[in-house]
Design a protein around this ligand. Sequence first.
Ligand code: GLU
Length: 505
Amino acid sequence: MSDQVRVRFAPSPTGPLHIGGVRTALFNYLFAKQHQGTFILRIEDTDQNRYVPGAEDYIIEALNWCGIPYDEGPGKEAECGPYRQSERKSMYRKYAEQLIASGSAYYAFDTAEELAEARAKAEADKQNFIYNHHNRKEFKNSLSLTEEDVQQRLDSGEPYVVRFKPELKKLYMYDEIREGIEIDTSLMDDKVLFKSDGMPTYHLANVVDDHDMRITHVIRGEEWLPSMALHVLLYESFGWQAPKFAHLPLILKPTGKGKLSKRDGDKMGFSVFPLEWKDPKTGEISRGFREDGFLPEAMVNILAFLGWNPGTEQEIFGLDELVKAFGLDKVNSSGAKYDPEKAEWFQQQWFVQQDDAVIGAAFAKAMQKKGMEYGSQDYVNMVVGMVKERAVFVEDLFELAGFFFVSPSSYDEKNVQKAWKQDTPEIMGKVAEIIAQTEDESAAGLSNAVKGWIKEQEMGFGKVMMPLRLALVGSLMGPDVFEIAAMIGKNESVQRIQNAIHELS
Ligand code: GLU
């Protein structure tokens, strides 16, 4: 069976994809690849009122950026297409009619006003309004009206909806993550499946498409768990074999209760979307992981651990490793707290592992954007190799390594007090001379020359090394001071020492 696994990610294009959605896509992708199966993208755009232009492209770009492209979907048509529900519109009616013919659904002609009235009445009696077996005979539908009446209304074009009529029973269902679930179907309402304007509701379209696309496993967010009973009953009514279901745990706020929202991210300074998103109506911009500087590998690793873990100590997983290690049996049923610090930790782990040349290219591009000169790409890559262990994002490199490219324009006040003393200018003048005269310009060569002189003078090392660092870097941080001197070169080093003597004396 393993080569027949077919799963789908079925977002509605109503805005940017929340990271919870990307996590759902990732788990579907991993499951598909692990079973040499097919990962499908289906765009659920039947609700035209909620359609947001650009959202579909955003979803596709986000999946591609994460490195989890779909096998079938919009632009990758295959036998089960089209993959946008709006383009499949004509096929749903016959299924609604099939359910009516078999007695599992019925026409209902109640107007919006009539329903509102019934709801208000129920609420006045302090009762929840529910349209189902206990009261459906009191409404205007094909179960309460005569056949002729119904036919007349249909013939005259009166608007209607098709409602589902759940079979009354104890329904036993199985979720791959939550295991057995039992439901009393008499508590369910008669959900609308189809409207006379020809549009199916989410439930009908979703089930029909999953069947038509031969989906074997429905892996989706916990918010769809309440729909599972209806979907299972629909499969039964159609006489179709239901796919297996797995409902992934919610992603929760870092602190407190409830689902992680954009507001939490705004408040605490992190992103909840994979890519930056500009709202087409308001122009409002929401930040994205990509633009915040996260590597796609880090994004995937962060998402993988939201609700799943391998059951071992290992935390760093690339996509290929995840494909091997993933299993629905290791997905938790309880919500996963989002931890922004842990997310940065994953990013940092991936950042240091990344090739210097890859980070170097990104850093060079960022410098170019700021109009900074950086010499050669090789030089940039070397610099990256020297400092990347201390960085989490490319952006951090400006602070950690800016001095490799530009001479300090100011000196950190506190550091000056600590490092620059009365006799420092004289000492630094001598150090500049030594550096200028040293033939071996390597870090070791410069180090030997300067340290040799310090020993000769029987001087404390700090008296020289601290002001030298201050002169080259502008502060007291950075890698080995002679490595820095060798990188920027003898002439530049001497120049910076002279600048410091001039500025600080
Ligand atoms: N269109 C639904 C959503 O936006 C799909 C739910 C499902 O996967 O069945 O999440």
